[in-house]
Design a binder for this molecule. Structure first.
Ligand code: SF4
Ligand code: SF4
Ligand code: FES
Length: 329
């Protein structure tokens, strides 16, 4: 059965959306359609891919305005008569067609301080408890698809922020090293705040929503680092609490009715444990439906029109990111 596709073609000097009708078979993914297009209609259509198994992170693209892996986006997730529009990642410069220059991310990787081994311990003699391995394992699942980097509004429409902002992929690297028991640097979160632009992040969770590895970037890396890096002296809620409550009321937690955070990695008072040195949890604003504002659409930094066509505004109206397998289920 033939289906209608719209694909952006062009290079750094400009381009346009082109229309194609392509055969689609049961069980196919968007990358199959791109391959069929290359085989039958557009042999020069440029697209990066390697594994076709969701593991190499090469085939990142925007499909109907949502950042996704082409090889993991099943055609069955679309309506039968739905037009599928495929555009390159918007945050990075286009090289050609669906291929973008993602070297921004490699520069940020280079700027991220490497693992600092403990002095006096030779490589091969490092020993870790399994529980410590398990904690950081989530972040090691990253396939460097850069969908999170692409979707983050801090750089998506703000080229000027790229210098100061490393992005969510490198926040999880900082968090991973921060919880590494053998890492000799003790300033990972302070460094993230001062030099990686952690303060630019306003925890919209868009990065978490698009991560194909389901890494809880915001809950398990960004929020715990933010919670620990901010001195409670600068927290206006704590300042107000000091004015209203006695110290012992603040210390035993009776001054707050907030529910403990259930996020992994959150410790101290935020996790419902006693400990006067930790700031109390601050619940992020929720929308009318009681859910966190997860879409850029709802964030104070809404995206601008897409350079790949006026019908490619991001995000598309009424769309909230969902992981591909949850779509239309
Ligand atoms: S939570 Fe939002 S602002 Fe923060 S890194 Fe992720 S996408 Fe960017
Ligand atoms: S954290 Fe997730 S979305 Fe970001 S680069 Fe890694 S796998 Fe991709
Ligand atoms: S081709 Fe490797 S992740 Fe899609």
């Amino acid at each position: 059965m033939k289906r209608h596709f719209r694909v952006w073609r062009g290079d750094e000097s400009g381009g346009e959306i082109q229309d194609f009708d392509v055969e689609v078979n049961d069980g196919e993914v968007v990358l199959d359609i791109i391959h069929r297009l290359q085989a039958t209609q557009t042999p020069d259509l440029a697209c990066r891919w390697n594994c076709k198994a969701g593991k190499c992170g090469s085939c990142s693209m925007e499909i109907n305005g949502k950042p996704r892996l082409g090889c993991m986006t099943r055609m069955s997730t679309f309506e039968e008569n739905e037009t599928v529009t495929i555009t390159p990642l918007r945050t990075f410069p286009v090289i050609r067609d669906l291929v973008t220059d993602v070297s921004f991310n490699y520069e940020k990787a280079r700027e991220t301080p490497a693992f600092a081994p403990p002095p006096g311990v030779a490589p091969g003699d490092y020993r870790m408890q399994q529980v410590d391995v398990d904690r950081s394992q989530e972040f090691r699942k990253c396939i460097e698809c850069f969908l999170c980097q692409n979707t983050c509004h801090v750089v998506r429409d703000h080229e000027e922020n790229k210098k100061a902002f490393s992005g969510p992929r490198y926040f999880i690297r900082a968090a991973e090293l921060d919880m590494h028991p053998l890492d000799d640097r003790t300033d990972r979160k302070e460094y993230a705040q001062a030099s990686q632009g952690l303060g630019y992040c306003n925890i919209t969770k868009c990065c978490t929503e698009v991560c194909p590895e389901h890494i809880k970037i915001t809950d398990n890396a960004i929020i715990p680092m933010k919670e620990r890096v901010v001195d409670r002296r600068y927290d206006p809620l704590v300042w107000l609490g000091r004015k209203i409550f006695r110290r012992d009321q603040l210390q035993n937690g009776s001054a707050t009715n907030m529910a403990p955070s259930s996020s992994e990695g959150v410790t101290g008072v935020a996790a419902g444990l006693s400990g006067a040195g930790t700031r109390p949890p601050q619940a992020p604003a929720v929308g009318a439906d009681g859910k966190l504002e997860v879409a850029e659409l709802l964030s104070p930094h809404a995206g601008g029109p897409s350079p790949f066509g006026n019908d490619q505004e991001f995000p598309l109206p009424n769309i909230t990111y969902n992981h591909p397998e949850q779509d239309k289920s």
